[in-house]
Design a protein around this ligand. Structure first.
Ligand code: OW7
Length: 403
């Protein structure tokens, strides 16, 4: 990062590209430079204001009045640019329009609804782990576990038909790329956008969804008048966009964390009730969702600077989650710390509405592994998957020795 001296008004300026392959491969040094440059840094390449410290990221996330989402939570400003798809009714909306769809999702994905799934998902995780271990001690944890488990349980829970489920990961990958600039990652996804969007759109219809599941629950909420029937398909679409890649990369993160921190795996084996802490700590440590943007609704004063009305703000969730001003030994994956207060699921009114689903998936998978696996070791070179928004693994070769 080339950071010029603070300008006349004292605002640090950087010409860095947070969406370059170099930064996506290893964003950690860039995040440190950004935090050290100041509480607000102007990224002149994109004409956006960047927050890398926990204090400013947290403050922006909880201030939806001054930092709006309705102009889009990617680089594209919906005031001036047509979105690539109809905006999400929750993610890309502000109160009051945001609130009814959000309330519906809160209930559909809430702890009460998940109690019915708990037993089944624990059994599914045990079957999957037994199958994988029976096939050999060495395997790639990304396809074998991190992708396989969510794809085994989540589409069924939504009530999707079996056909076409292979479209879920490519659609999500593109949607998360589309929050970034129109770079090569977006260009590579573009040829399939029409086909994937058509498939996702078709799955949101009431007749296509199973009579029981999250999808049917959303349509039932429309029947009750909690949202309109016109809104129901887009609310289902939120599940299909945000519910698969995020959990895959969250599970990859915790699997990589325990594979490279054998002391923490021993701790988890001794106390499997730490599974949820392990997952939250992995979400802090890796931040599967790295960044989101907001748009200033007015001239906003931030740490002695002014973010002008209408400008985009790039919030580095991943950087906030390793800010040494907030966390002791931030780069350590440590089951002994309290990771609450991390912003990996966001914060405030938009905080991840699916986090209980994600935590249940992680708890089921980690508990099944803790009961069966004595040691987890890296078994070859890992490979990153680059995405403009997601921190992802393509491959994590591991060796798991049974207990
Ligand atoms: C949606 C954590 C990301 C998202 C991401 C992408 C799409 C949506 C939500 O949350 O469609 O509502």
């Amino acid at each position: 990062m080339t950071t010029t001296a603070p300008t006349a008004i004292g605002l640090p300026v950087s010409d860095a590209d947070p969406f370059s392959h170099e930064v996506l491969e290893d964003p950690t040094p860039f995040h440190a430079q950004l935090r050290d440059a100041g509480p607000v840094v102007y990224l002149d390449r994109y004409d956006v204001y960047a927050f890398g410290r926990h204090e400013q990221v947290h403050a922006a996330l909880v201030d939806w009045q001054q930092f709006q989402s309705a102009a889009g939570v990617g680089l594209s400003n919906f005031r001036y640019e047509k979105p690539w798809r109809p905006p999400s009714l929750v993610l890309e909306a502000d109160p009051p329009r945001h609130d009814a769809p959000r309330r519906v999702l809160t209930k559909v994905l809430g702890p009460r609804a998940l109690r019915r799934l708990h037993e089944q998902w624990v059994a599914d995780a045990e079957v999957l782990v037994d199958q994988v271990l029976a096939a050999g001690a060495e395997f790639d944890a990304v396809p074998a576990l991190a992708e396989a488990f969510p794809l085994r349980v989540f589409p069924d829970a939504v009530g999707l038909p079996a056909q076409g489920r292979e479209n879920l990961l490519p659609y999500g990958d593109h949607a998360f790329n589309a929050f970034g600039p129109p770079n090569d990652l977006v260009a590579r996804g573009n040829p399939r956008v029409a086909e994937l969007s058509a498939w996702v759109g078709a799955q949101c219809a009431r007749e296509v969804l199973a009579p029981q599941g999250f999808g049917a629950d959303i349509w039932a909420a429309a029947d009750r008048g909690d949202i309109t029937h016109e809104q129901a398909p887009l609310v289902v679409r939120s599940l299909l966009t945000a519910g698969v890649d995020t959990t895959v990369h969250g599970l990859s993160a915790v699997l990589y964390a325990v594979a490279t921190n054998p002391d923490q795996w021993r701790r988890l084996r001794a106390q499997p009730e730490l599974a949820r802490v392990a997952f939250d700590e992995a979400v802090r440590w890796e931040s599967p969702v790295q960044t989101f943007f907001r748009t200033a609704t007015t001239d906003v004063a931030v740490a002695g600077h002014v973010v002008p009305e209408g400008k985009k703000i790039l919030m580095f969730l991943a950087s906030a989650n390793r800010d040494p001003r907030r966390w002791a030994d931030p780069d350590a994956f440590d089951l002994g710390r309290d990771p609450s207060g991390h912003v990996g699921f966001g914060m405030g009114i938009h905080q991840c509405v699916g986090q209980h689903v994600a935590r249940l998936e992680a708890e089921a998978l980690l508990t099944a592994l803790a009961r069966r696996v004595a040691t987890i070791e890296p078994a070859g070179p890992t490979k990153r998957h680059h995405n403009n928004t997601l921190r992802a693994w393509e491959s994590i070769p591991v060796r798991m020795l049974p207990a």
